[in-house]
Design a protein around this ligand. Sequence first.
Ligand SMILES: [Zn+2]
Length: 381
Amino acid sequence: MVKKKRSHSRSGSGGAAEPVRRSRRMKPLEPEQIPLSRRKDVQDADDQLLPLSDDQLLDLRMSDLKLTIRGTVLEKRIAQLNEELAARGLKFKPHFWLSEDWFSPDDVPGIAIPFYLAHRRLMRLERKQLLDVEGGTHEGCMKILRHETGHAIDTAFRLRRRAIYRKVFGKASVPYPESYQPKPSSRNYVHHLEMWYAQSHPLEDFAETFAVWLRPGSRWRARYRNWPAIKKLETVDELMESIRGKKPVVQSRATVDPLSRLRKTLRTHYERKRTHYGLDLPSVYDNDLRKLFSADDAHRRNMTAAAFLTRIRTELHRTVSKWTGENAYTIDQVVQEMIERCRELNLRLGGHPEEVKRDAMILVAVRITNFLHEGGHRVAV
Ligand SMILES: [Zn+2]
């Protein structure tokens, strides 16, 4: 995402944290090997956050969170990213800070990382509040880091001003859409983040293409061989060749909206997010789930709906992707959401399993189709 921020972002110490280089072959540091200063950062965050209930956490202001990137798992991921850049002959290293969301500002070649990724207690809160932790897994986080690095390197070398960039990706000055209508079958764009995100805007198209190009072992030449999108990958390859070993033109180490300057409470933050994503709306979907399963006392000894869905998950996945052409990530997201909601509604199997299975497949397929046509999904822009 780009914050016009071009955005994704959260958590921070305010200052720009210097990425630490470390060889991947080195064993992870044992606690006693972590330098004292970093161990103290981790300890401070633990002392502050671990004793608090969710309610108490929500009362904290973002600026009061004692979080840093140092000593956390983020440090390792940033080191890995730097190694990936170096392996491609790029001298550029973005700077990082904690903020509210993932983002790379328009004019700063750095990356804001969301605060919750700096502490496991906050990741738990995030999941409870938003049902999802964006960038919460190692590979999920690396994917977003590579995407944001695409924006940062674009800014650092003013790539978007080049004629070839404008010709292949389009003009950066096109306004960002509120939502977009992706064409899942399009081969003009690479696939990286969910929701065919490359289709949302020329800058995102570039960032996504860069991310695919950067990923170690991505074999993009073979994977996209027969796609028109190969032209975009080749363009990124040429642009990167032209800046190999060079110092960035834009060298600002500024941070935008660092956590230390955000005065709102976590409660306000999550209320806004929940409204934005429509999470507080009464769900029409609940009615569908109640029709599919049962909350009736007579069925209390039956298998739970969550267990049933988990059992048929692979088959559901296979069938739905066959007919919708949808990618694995979106289907997983929909099924996961369905399982969690069934658990919350305490639903159980009521009808004949084969019939319920058939109806569940239809429901997931419909849900996927709506996903595609509603626009404005929860997507990291
Ligand atoms: Zn982006």
